[in-house]
Design a protein around this ligand. Structure first.
Ligand SMILES: C[S@@+](CC[C@H](N)C(=O)[O-])C[C@H]1O[C@@H](n2cnc3c(N)ncnc32)[C@H](O)[C@@H]1O
Length: 458
């Protein structure tokens, strides 16, 4: 309770810090085995490959000691990325939460890299950050800042020319329903720092999930990963700062920081009617229209590079050493969960994995001899996931195929009909009880209903 009282009136960063000191993120057990191969696209080498596909060399290959910065590291990414980042590159983990860093540090105790752990605020101009950075990872962080545009500019200034960046920011349009729930909980006076309040919030959501088709559709996939995990529950429904910024804000912010958009990771295959977004960044109007009618609900996972003058002479590439013997491990599950890829045979899965690992390590791998072994749409899906690249083929036909749209159009999603929640007696008794215990007005209760009813509309 003290935490919440203290947070009133504090600036945005301080409130965010209190949240993450109380609830480290993502807060997996320190001893849980992690499938680090699923982070195949989260590292500097993957971004460097996207740049290579554009005919340019990334500093991670030309500057052997260029730092890798994890900006807003949370408690897991330094460990996970240390399986991928070349061993000579120091890893800087920066986070506003000391608790997150402590956990990340404990987890990474036996990893071979030179780690630098820095607790501090990315937005504080007095906070010293590394310079001449080769690659930055900032996943799910910028929308929690007071001024993301300024922060991006600052990060840009710390990067080497041609350095790369992976950013994930929220797709605010797809989170309107979450916003309504967040506001409802605030109107009810529920605090993320009070266990009883969190239980009440969870009870309301579980009830809505059981009785209302729209909430069932939205909340059921969150059941194990978010609803029954305090840190992630608070992160989703009680965040101290979630800036609502549309896609045009982000594209302008990248452009004004002089960062070039290389690719967009279409994790849920929602952009199959566009050219491969990982290789050809979609136009703003194409993204906006798909966000507006809910064809695109994924967050924006963007690969960027700092603009650089063309190299006058060929850059000497440094041979890289992976910290992990990937070839002895299973390929990422994420590649084979799609209708186009789930029938790929086991030997072919390993062949693709071997080709991917070698390609990222800087070795040229040509897959022409395998082109006919898989249907065209399978190659297209693999290319959209970043499992294969145009440079893995020499024929124009295959290079073109990997870029072409998979479908002509994508259907607009349909949603269950909204139900008037005022008619729900059980919900009414829950909300009334809370309003009485929190001494809230009748007007506040009406606003809660308005919000919860609105949350049903896409
Ligand atoms: C949603 S978590 C994401 C963590 C990590 N990137 C991941 O994907 O697992 C957001 C992280 O950003 C950190 N953060 C938020 N504001 C920050 C700031 N101003 N400076 C540094 N870190 C910040 C939080 O402490 C938290 O660890």
């Amino acid at each position: 309770m003290d935490n919440v009282r203290n947070s009133v009136g504090l600036d945005i960063n301080s409130r965010v810090k209190i949240q993450y000191e109380t609830y480290p993120y993502p807060d997996y057990s320190l001893f849980i085995p992690l499938r680090t191969q699923e982070a195949y696209a989260s590292n500097s080498l993957f971004s460097a490959q996207l740049l290579k596909e554009r005919g340019r060399a990334a500093p991670v290959f030309t500057r052997v000691d260029a730092p890798i910065l994890i900006a807003g590291s949370g408690d897991i990414l330094p460990f996970v990325l240390s399986f991928w980042e070349p061993i000579t590159h120091p890893i800087f983990a920066i986070d506003i939460s000391e608790r997150n860093l402590q956990r990340a540090r404990m987890r990474s105790f036996l990893r071979p890299h030179a780690f630098h752990w820095r607790a501090g605020n990315l937005e504080d101009p007095l906070f010293k950050m590394p310079e001449n950075i080769g690659h930055i990872d900032s996943y799910g962080v910028l929308h929690h800042l007071a001024n993301p545009k300024h922060a991006l500019k600052r990060l840009h200034d710390l990067m080497l020319p041609g350095a790369t960046m992976r950013v994930m920011v929220y797709n605010s349009g797809a989170r309107t329903w979450i916003r309504h729930i967040q506001r409802s909980f605030a109107l009810l006076g529920l605090s993320p720092f009070d266990r009883k309040d969190l239980d009440s919030a969870l009870k309301i959501l579980i009830h809505l999930m059981r009785t209302n088709p729209m909430f069932a559709e939205r909340l059921t996939p969150m059941k194990a990963s978010i609803l029954h995990h305090s840190a992630r529950f608070v992160d989703t429904f009680f965040h101290a700062r979630e800036a609502r910024l549309p896609v045009n804000y982000w594209l302008e912010a990248f452009a004004s920081a002089d960062l070039e958009c290389m690719g967009l990771f279409d994790r849920y295959a929602e952009l199959d009617d566009l050219k491969n977004p990982l290789l050809i960044f979609p136009k703003l109007k194409d993204l906006e229209s798909r966000v507006a009618d809910r064809r695109f609900e994924n967050n924006f996972e963007v690969f960027l590079t700092k603009k650089a003058p063309p190299a006058t002479s060929p850059q000497a590439l440094v041979p890289l050493r992976y910290p992990t013997r990937w070839l002895l491990r299973m390929p990422p599950k994420a590649w084979f969960t799609f209708s186009e890829t789930n029938a790929i045979s086991m030997p072919m899965r390993f062949r693709l994995w071997r080709s991917f690992v070698k390609t990222l390590g800087g070795t040229s791998v040509i897959l022409d001899g395998h082109a006919a072994k898989l249907p065209p749409a399978t190659w297209q899906r693999l290319a959209r996931l970043g499992a294969v690249f145009p440079s893995n083929f020499t024929t124009v036909a295959m290079k073109d195929l990997l870029i072409a749209p998979i479908h002509k159009t994508m259907d607009q999603p349909s949603f269950p009909k909204a139900i008037d929640l005022q008619q729900d007696a059980e919900l009414r008794s829950m909300l009334n009880g809370l309003m009485i215990s929190k001494a809230k007005s009748k007007r506040a209760l009406e606003q809660v209903y308005r919000r919860l009813n609105a949350a049903q509309n896409p």
